[in-house]
Ligand binder design. Sequence first.
Ligand SMILES: CSC[C@H]1O[C@@H](n2cnc3c(O)ncnc32)[C@H](O)[C@@H]1O
Ligand SMILES: [Zn+2]
Length: 437
Amino acid sequence: MDLKIDHALIVTMDAGMTIVEDGSVVIDHGEIVAVGPSTILKKRYNAIRSINAAGKLVMPGLVNTHTHAAMTLFRGLADDLPLDAWLTKHIWPAEAKFITAESVRSGANLALAEMVRSGTTTFSDMYFYADELAMAANKAGVRAVVGEAIIDFPTADSQSPAESFATIKELAAKWKNDPLITISVAPHSPYTCSSETLKSAKKLADDLGLPLTIHVSETQKEVSDITKQYGMPPFEYLDSLGFFGGTVIAAHAVYPTSSEIMLMAKKKIGVAHCAVSNMKLASGVAPIQEMFNAGVAVGLGTDGAASNNNLSMFKEMNTATLLQKVSRLEPTAMSARETVKAATIGGAQVLGLDNLIGSLETGKRADLIIIDLNSPHLIPLYNVYSQLVYATNGADVETVIIDGNVVMQDRKLLTLDEEVVMQEARKLALKIAEGEE
Ligand SMILES: CSC[C@H]1O[C@@H](n2cnc3c(O)ncnc32)[C@H](O)[C@@H]1O
Ligand SMILES: [Zn+2]
């Protein structure tokens, strides 16, 4: 065996929500070979390397179902604005000026460092120059669903939809057998892509067997514009185009009607719930408890660092649950347990990767994080889910393992040169601040 983690408090997130108090996880060739009591597994398995995790919690790595990694470069550039003005007056002009293959590489590396540090082991992205992100994630050893952006009007990478489709075909062929990278088809939204573009995106996804990801029903303005233009709200409109049926990651989903929520459950549309971004842009409160009640698969997403302004899934968990409770005046809404599920196995379901990741079970890939419980803010520990959602933060993550490889150990990043990554990002940020090209 390659690696054994012993004496941990293991939160498996398997179907039985098993918790093992003094447990071991045994890993070989990137796969989980056994999970169970250390008293039994320590005798049964020898490993080349072992980690003594006494006083630590082991859980599945967190799954960020919606982000734009390279947008770390725009963190804090335009705050305190609604989505429409934020995008059209600030972000799109900045992207037109500063987004290049080089800046995407730099922003992506910065995001990768931040995500690994806060316990994210898989993320789903949609942006321009997607190959740069795929290469950066692959090099850093981080699992990613990488979406090449499709928008009808001229964008940061100057690609028409037809050119984006050609790029996606090339990317799908290039990354086909990669263990960490899945390419996705990423039309931006129903208000920036025509019906023809959306139908072609769906056809491409079907032909290549790729997931689709899209921003949908994010603001009241979007719902009213789409309803005026097409005579129905965004999810119904996409359904009328035949958009659903395969893996679809719907980011935001703030304003689905009750019949659209039924549709989401029926068509197995996965939701990337971005609570912090929806609050910061004052977009609204997504009806997550209603979605749970209807059986919709819900994951959590940070959105990009320009609308959050960080990529911590611990902050996202905390905000998501508190937002449901206060908006419904219902303290039982979105329980801590449901929230940890959304951040792990629920997110894996949304991405169509739950056969591989999302829980610690024999046969799954070894994507897991080790959290140091020896901190004043984590004592006492009565309920692990409450502790993870209400008390833990990203900086408590000590070690991160993805596909069996240790990518952060004792808070040192092993696959990214953090100093170089920060230096390069600072250099680009200087140009952005000065407004230079
Ligand atoms: C095709 S995805 C890249 C595109 O999306 C923009 N973007 C970032 N966050 C949001 C959001 O919350 N709603 C809509 N669009 C968003 C990003 O700036 C890129 O232009
Ligand atoms: Zn987004």
